[in-house]
Design a protein around this ligand. Structure first.
Ligand SMILES: [Zn+2]
Length: 103
């Protein structure tokens, strides 16, 4: 009888550990999906910070200024912290959708 109880506990712990790792990996994935973006001055689409040309309208872009960089970093860390906050209160799929809609 004791054997079964121990076995049950071991299985329970194993499942718990796996699902925790899964949630961690999901959060990591969601985080990496968030990119540092800036807005194209011509077409107002989100484009990568590193881009030299807008991928939507093809306009050549000026290098990011220090002010812009600061804004971009701020927006980025805000998105990340939002994602982490949601991790504690909501199921993962919902969280990801929310962070996507937040721009
Ligand atoms: Zn553009």
């Amino acid at each position: 009888m004791l054997f079964w109880i121990i076995l049950f506990i071991v299985i329970f712990l194993a499942i718990n550990a796996v699902s925790k790792n899964k949630a961690k990996a999901e959060l990591q994935r969601a985080k990496s999906a968030i990119q540092k973006c800036r807005v194209c001055p011509e077409c107002a689409e989100d484009i990568k910070v590193e881009a030299k040309k807008c991928r939507y309208c093809g306009v050549s872009l000026m290098p990011v200024t220090e002010d812009e960089q600061a804004q971009i970093d701020k927006a980025y860390s805000l998105k990340i912290s939002k994602l982490e906050n949601m991790n504690t209160t909501q199921p993962l799929n919902k969280k990801y959708q929310n962070s996507d809609g937040w721009k």
